[in-house]
Write a protein that binds this ligand. Structure first.
Ligand code: PHE
Length: 358
């Protein structure tokens, strides 16, 4: 008959005398670990004659359970004691002034995109997006700019290396390819804007090699140039918050629109400061026109049935005019001083009224 009373007493004693969680853990390992003393007893069972095994097994297992329970109970009390000690010794002074945290802010480009989205959203436009790496077809050919057409020189294009099939991808030079992608995959009528990054080999005070445009496309059965003028006028007035801004549509040329126009807004200079509104001067803000029948044909739409207008504007330019920013280059230099001066608080952005186009 096995008697575990000595082992039991010294085991319970070891548990009881533990004064830290570390000591308690050491005791657990010494008793119940792989080479612990109680584990060693358990191992002896295999060597016993079968008739003794049952009794021995029950005794050693109940000892093991008792010790395990004692270890758990001790651990729980110790943790509780430790927590209440911490709660009494540590205090939190909620009257201390908070440390100032730096807060992120909204870049003027993001701000203008949000403002435009809200204005066009209110006019029922949704938002479309397209890839920045484009192919020749979407950026040029489908927009009625065939190979070797002189209009290609209007765009100083960044090309990727030639692919085995002889074609080259490029960084889109304008947001107009989004028109093509959208029309290829959706049935008219359309009414959307497409804001996004565009790229041209160009850099000076008013040109950056990467900048942003916002495109708009409206196609339906009876859209006229009057709608184009009305829409742009409404947009400019809401954007600048000036009721009497005159707009001037100057005849121009884009291969993908006919007729085409450049859009100017009225302004004046007072003591070297620009004022948007009726005045002596004009500022160009973008290009527009009635979508060329060849563009509609390129996406299998019947120009006798569908027609509409498109326009494209530079976002940095709109931000510079509205917020008095003189140079385009710092927009992308991430200078914290410039950002602190020209960026916006994050909480007063108009919402995406029209939602994302599907
Ligand atoms: N894609 C033209 C550009 O980048 C702008 C434009 C868009 C003109 C739509 C007419 C219609 O210069």
């Amino acid at each position: 008959m096995s008697d575990f009373s000595d082992i039991r007493i010294s085991a319970l004693d070891a548990v009881e005398k533990s004064i830290s969680l570390k000591m308690l853990e050491d005791a657990r390992v010494a008793l119940l670990g792989k080479s612990g003393s109680i584990t060693a007893e358990l191992k002896k069972m295999g060597a016993l004659p079968p008739e003794q095994r049952k009794e021995f097994g029950q005794a050693v297992n109940s000892l093991k359970e008792e010790i395990a329970a004692a270890l758990d109970a001790k651990k729980a009390t110790m943790e509780e004691t430790e927590l209440s000690a911490r709660l009494t010794s540590e205090t939190l002074d909620i009257t201390l002034a908070p440390r100032p945290e730096t807060q992120g802010s909204i870049h003027p480009v993001t701000q203008v995109i949000e403002e435009m989205t809200a204005i066009f959203g209110a006019m029922g436009f949704s938002v479309a997006e397209g890839p920045e790496i484009e192919d020749d077809f979407h950026n040029f050919t489908a927009l009625n700019i065939p190979a070797n057409h002189p209009a290609r020189q209007m765009h100083d294009t960044f090309y990727f290396p030639e692919k085995p099939d002889g074609t080259r991808n490029l960084l889109r030079t304008h947001t107009s390819p989004v028109q093509i992608r959208w029309m290829q995959h959706h049935q008219p009528p359309y009414r959307f804007i497409a804001p996004g990054r565009v790229y041209r080999c160009d850099s000076d005070m008013t040109h950056a090699p990467m900048f942003h445009q916002i495109e708009a496309l409206v196609i339906d059965k009876s859209i006229t140039m009057a709608h184009l003028k009305g829409c742009l006028t409404q947009m400019v007035r809401s954007f600048f918050g000036v009721e009497d801004v005159p707009l001037r549509f100057r005849p121009s040329f884009f291969p993908f629109t006919e007729p085409s126009a450049e859009v100017d807004i009225g302004c004046s200079w007072e003591n070297g400061e620009l004022k948007i509104g009726a005045g002596k001067s004009w500022l160009e803000i973008g290009g527009c026109g009635m979508v060329h029948p060849n563009v509609l044909k390129a996406v299998n739409l019947d120009p006798a049935q569908w027609q509409g207008f498109a326009f494209g504007m530079g976002i940095e330019r709109m931000a510079m005019l509205k917020y008095g920013i003189p140079d385009v280059r710092p927009f992308f230099e991430s200078d914290a001083r410039w950002l602190a001066h020209y960026s916006f608080a994050p909480f007063d952005i108009p919402s995406l009224v029209g939602g994302l186009a599907r």
